[in-house]
Design a protein around this ligand. Structure first.
Ligand code: ZN
Length: 464
């Protein structure tokens, strides 16, 4: 019985046997869940979720394992073949730091149980991390991918660093799950053509991926198709500060978090801890109020400040995206990020109440200029409600009252004109003053709604 591993590989291994690539003798196989495995493919968990012997390997054993891996890599490099590490289960920390660039590497469905270090690693050809699983930190800082970088359906369970990474060709991150924070930032140094290259992203595809925490692309220059279609941003707004986006940037179907301050783990945040420890003024306060009372108050204050900070940073992230979309004249996306920005501004407790009120009205009447149907519907509502009031006050429904209602639309505030007084006396008698007030409100609302309608129309169909 050879090793039980079975996976059909894509190019360049499509003609190979889908079984284990390592030629390990039968006497060296280990049995898990009724199947025999070589050391490379040996799982670290049984199907029932229990740890296997491999999960308990000591440092020496892990180091020996890594040595074998590097021997395998060197062998492939010497033969100038793609290095096939498909399905390998890496039991602990491994570093792929190397002076020379790697040839084509294949990590399809590989599992990294410990932290993995690809810092400054260079990949001369296509690199395949499709369906790879990273259980711990994954560091690709300053790595260089000269061929395509394929990360489709990979899963990152902890911190991921792609800071200053260089993708000279396309990078595919479709349907990837980022459970921890992920950084794709660069330093923004554009002083020499070489340094510019370090900031550039060509085609990048993150479609249908899930980001559970921070995701940032600060200082990146997007020079090719950029796809975030169908992405889910669960807790944080994506950061694109100081970026240049490409015209073909897609956020269709992407979902953004609706709230930023209800995170139950807020007390664990480093900022909260730092502030908690450093506030000397409140420590002086402690002497007066007593420990318990102080802790309670300070905690409430910190939570409030933390909430404002979270909303504020989301607001800035959306504003940056809005401006970036404005630069590439992507009106629909621009309107969308403007609405998201306003949503954050409205939610912040340090925003003035009048701003919040106007913002709320703008939201309900035209969805921040995105909808031109909404102001029309409101206009119809305001007109028919006013008509109902006039009918009640005038006694019975008749054509005159209907005309009067529509007159407030085309000749606003005409109830205050001298020429209208006779007509008002005839129609409403004693209730004349109330009618005047309602008519004024109707004119005011109708005018505002018409302005909103034209603004939304312009927003939706603006040329260029
Ligand atoms: Zn095997």
């Amino acid at each position: 019985m050879p090793c039980a591993f079975h996976e059909r590989r894509p190019y360049p291994f499509q003609d190979l046997d889908p079984g284990c690539q390592f030629h390990v003798g039968e006497d060296e196989l280990t049995e898990i869940d009724g199947k025999s495995w070589c050391d490379f493919h040996l799982p670290i968990q049984t199907k029932a979720g229990n740890e296997t012997e491999k999960a308990k390997w000591d440092e020496q054993r892990i180091s020996d394992f890594n040595m074998c891996i590097f021997e395998w890599v060197t062998q492939a490099e010497t033969e100038e073949k793609t290095c096939d590490l498909t399905g390998v289960v890496f039991p602990g920390y491994i570093s792929f730091k190397k002076e020379e660039p790697y040839h084509a590497m294949h990590f399809l469905k590989a599992q990294f149980a410990g932290p993995v270090d690809f810092v400054k690693a260079r990949f001369a050809d296509n690199t395949n991390f499709v369906r790879a699983q990273f259980a711990d930190n994954a560091d690709f800082g300053e790595a260089q991918f000269f061929g395509a970088a394929l990360f489709r359906e990979a899963q990152f369970s902890d911190n991921v660093n792609f800071g200053k990474v260089q993708f000279s060709s396309s990078a595919y991150f479709n349907r990837v799950k980022f459970s921890g924070p992920a950084w794709f930032d660069s330093d923004g140094d554009l002083s020499t053509p070489e340094k510019i290259q370090n900031n550039v992203f060509h085609e990048v595809d993150f479609s249908d991926s899930t980001f559970r925490d921070t995701i940032s692309f600060n200082n990146r220059q997007f020079r090719g198709r950029t796809d975030f279609g169908g992405c889910t941003f669960e807790k944080k707004a994506p950061e694109f500060h100081s970026c240049t986006l490409h015209q073909n940037t897609n956020f269709d179907g992407a979902t953004f978090p609706k709230t930023f301050a209800d995170n139950k783990e807020w007390e664990e945040k480093s900022w909260v801890k730092r502030t908690y420890e450093k506030d000397l003024k409140l420590k002086a306060f402690l002497r007066v109020l007593g420990q318990e009372e102080w802790e309670k108050k300070w905690k409430a204050e910190l939570q409030k400040r933390w909430g404002e900070r979270e909303w504020g940073s989301a607001e800035r992230a959306y504003r940056t995206l809005k401006l970036a979309m404005e630069q590439v004249r992507a009106r629909k996306e621009e309107a969308r990020f403007y609405a998201l920005e306003q949503n954050c501004r409205r939610a912040r407790t340090d925003t003035d109440w009048s701003v919040r009120l106007v913002s709320t009205l703008y939201l309900y009447t035209s969805d921040y200029g995105k909808s031109f149907k909404r102001p029309l519907a409101w206009l119809a509502g305001v007109t028919s409600t006013s008509w109902l009031f006039y009918t009640l006050l005038g006694g019975s429904p008749n054509e005159e009252i209907f005309d009067f209602t529509l007159t407030q639309l085309v000749r606003p505030f005409n109830v205050w004109l001298e020429s209208s007084q006779g007509n008002l006396n005839d129609m409403f008698k004693q209730t004349k003053f109330v009618v005047k007030l309602i008519a004024t409100c109707q004119s005011l609302f109708s005018l505002s709604l018409l302005v909103l309608f034209f603004l939304a129309l312009r927003q939706n169909f603006k040329r260029g």
